[in-house]
Design a protein around this ligand. Structure first.
Ligand SMILES: NC(=O)c1ccc[n+]([C@@H]2O[C@H](COP(=O)([O-])OP(=O)(O)OC[C@H]3O[C@@H](n4cnc5c(N)ncnc54)[C@H](O)[C@@H]3O)[C@@H](O)[C@H]2O)c1
Length: 272
């Protein structure tokens, strides 16, 4: 089992679905987890689950569409736990289910602010903190020599939650698909910019996964459910826990050569 003992993991949108499953999985693997959520009730519920199972977690109210709230959330993380090792930028919205011509400027702007701006400003704040920590470790002399697996100083890990809609078109979801393509662009670019600082940055691209988001999509278009399932060669939706396990693997200490990649978790959808 992968261990994250004593490490600090920051997860956005951790009050529900994939974010909650990821927060619980990190806590189960020994990490101290920061639950950054716009919905205080669901965020505190996740923290409650972690405490009940003996883990350590902190709730931080945060709307990822607001850069000032993101900076404050990272600061609160460092004030409480002293550092940031892992960041999972998961918070996202699905937007309006409708044709290209039906999408309004408000639909487009909100989805871009949350799904793209949220990931961009989160990564900015997280990378700044990870770089600061490296200066600290260098000053203490704990550089690559103390870790023979690394050719660079010990850095951080970031995973952005994109989507299969970030690698292919999604009819009736143009702003969503555009936002997830952008997340992949941000992931690859940041991974290249910070490769020498050993901050590994990857994205996961799930296909339909059981969560409030998919429930919302199905209630907007109930006739779609069957077709959505049939699109996936495995014949079922993913489970949030399956996505969480992949995210943990991406963040593992000994997973040292994997960066700038998109990992498709799609029941075979993009294999065809
Ligand atoms: N469920 C799927 O089929 C699927 C597939 C591909 C990608 N994704 C992506 O996975 C991520 C998680 O989605 P989910 O399916 O678990 O949905 P979900 O609706 O269950 O969870 C999303 C969480 O993000 C939070 N959130 C929304 N806006 C926020 C904001 N502005 N600031 C902070 N938190 C905010 C919500 O309160 C909620 O807790 C999203 O980025 C989504 O686009 C989901």
């Amino acid at each position: 089992m992968i261990s994250f003992l004593h490490q600090v993991a920051f997860v956005t949108g951790a009050g529900s679905g994939i974010g909650r499953a990821t927060a619980l999985a990190f806590a189960g693997a020994g990490a101290r987890v920061v639950v950054a959520e716009i919905n205080e009730e669901s965020g505190r519920e996740t923290v409650g689950h972690i405490h009940q199972s003996g883990g350590d977690a902190l709730f931080v109210a945060c709307d990822v569409a607001e850069p000032a709230q993101i900076n404050a959330a990272i600061q609160q993380t460092v004030d409480t736990y002293g550092r940031l090792d892992i960041a999972i930028n998961n918070a996202g919205i699905g937007g309006r289910y409708g044709r290209f011509t039906e999408q309004t400027p408000e639909d487009f702007d909100r989805i871009m602010a949350v799904n793209v701006g949220g990931v961009f400003y989160c990564m900015q704040a997280q990378i700044r903190q990870m770089l600061l920590q490296q200066k600290g470790t260098k000053a203490e002399g704990k550089t690559a020599e103390s870790n023979p697996m690394e050719s660079f100083p010990v850095g951080g890990r970031i995973v952005n939650v994109a989507s299969i809609a970030g690698v292919r078109g999604m009819p009736m979801g143009a702003p969503y698909s555009a936002s997830k393509h952008a997340v992949i662009g941000l992931t690859k670019t940041a991974a290249l910019e910070y490769v020498k600082q050993n901050i590994r940055i990857n994205a996961v691209c799930p296909a339909y996964t059981n969560s409030a988001m998919v429930d919302g999509l199905i209630s907007a278009a109930p006739a779609m459910e069957d077709r959505m399932r049939r699109m996936i060669p495995l014949g079922r939706f993913g489970q949030p826990e399956e996505i969480a396990q992949a995210i943990l693997w991406l963040c593992a200490d000994d997973n040292t050569f994997f960066t700038g990649q998109t990992l498709q978790l799609d029941g075979g959808l993009t294999a065809g």
